[in-house]
Design a binder for this molecule. Structure first.
Ligand SMILES: CCCCCCCCCCCCCCCC(=O)SCCNC(=O)CCNC(=O)[C@H](O)C(C)(C)COP(=O)(O)OP(=O)(O)OC[C@H]1O[C@@H](n2cnc3c(N)ncnc32)[C@H](O)[C@@H]1OP(=O)(O)O
Length: 203
């Protein structure tokens, strides 16, 4: 398993099991973040988690799985389709990103783990969500590229517990520069706007 780096390289049943484990781990993270159990219970839980960590570390690969060229190829060829990014990484927000022509969109509901101001989403998480959706659109409709600049305007607080729409639109390429704009909306209201410049790289 250690030579597998791209999502498309792994067998479907293994991917389903890993995705399911990652989701259960996100639920564990939320339970830890919110737990009011007494210190004895927390200590017992720590021992159980540490044992599990040791068991999984024995088969660790060097990198978390990520989309690769083969994963993007079908989407590049079609006018519309979707890709799931980081489903097996419990430290990341998993997103199913739909790409249609030069636009992309994903839906996600934030929970207390990502709280910044009381009851609202952390601004860094908003920027990260936008970077993921804008960046995926660039990789699918443009070329391999990295974020050169990401400017985020926080217009209003992003609520927790309601579906958020994260969208992106690709601008006109200028040499190695690929401009992309995006936004996060909740209940039909724009909460965050972004402008980014991606820079094309070899790979
Ligand atoms: C990678 C493949 C993945 C494929 C798999 C698919 C995965 C599918 C899911 C991915 C979805 C997640 C996507 C997350 C995307 C990140 O989060 S990437 C991580 C954050 N970004 C980085 O770490 C980038 C770090 N910076 C760098 O690597 C280098 O500074 C850069 C940006 C490549 C530029 O360096 P360089 O290659 O030496 O280029 P340079 O000659 O300086 O500049 C080239 C042109 O760009 C312009 N430029 C350069 N930097 C900037 C800037 N910051 N602002 C404005 N303009 C700039 C220059 O003015 C120049 O323009 P021209 O003179 O050509 O007109």
């Amino acid at each position: 398993m250690t030579d597998r780096t791209h999502l498309g390289d792994v067998p479907p049943d293994w991917l389903a099991a890993s995705t399911s484990l990652a989701q259960a781990t996100r639920e564990l993270v939320e339970a830890v973040a919110l737990s009011d159990a007494d210190a004895t219970v927390l200590d017992e839980a720590r021992s159980e988690v540490a044992a599990l960590t040791e068991r999984l570390r024995a088969t660790a690969r060097p990198h978390a799985l990520r989309p690769g060229p083969a994963d993007l190829a079908a989407l590049r060829a079609a006018d519309a389709g979707s890709i799931v990014v980081r489903p097996t990484n419990p430290g990341a927000v998993p997103l199913e990103i739909s790409v249609r022509a030069d636009t992309a969109e994903a839906t996600w509901t934030a929970g207390p783990v990502h709280e910044g101001p009381p009851g609202s989403l952390h601004g860094g998480t908003s920027a990260s969500l936008l970077d993921s959706v804008l960046g995926t659109l660039v990789q699918v409709r443009g070329t391999p590229a990295v974020t050169g600049t990401l400017t985020v305007r926080y217009r209003r607080r992003v609520p927790l517990g309601v579906p958020l729409t994260v969208s992106a639109a690709l601008g006109e390429r200028d040499g190695r520069r690929l401009p992309v704009t995006g936004r996060i909306e909740a209940g039909g209201e724009v909460c965050v706007e972004a402008e980014a410049l991606f820079v094309a790289v070899e790979r």
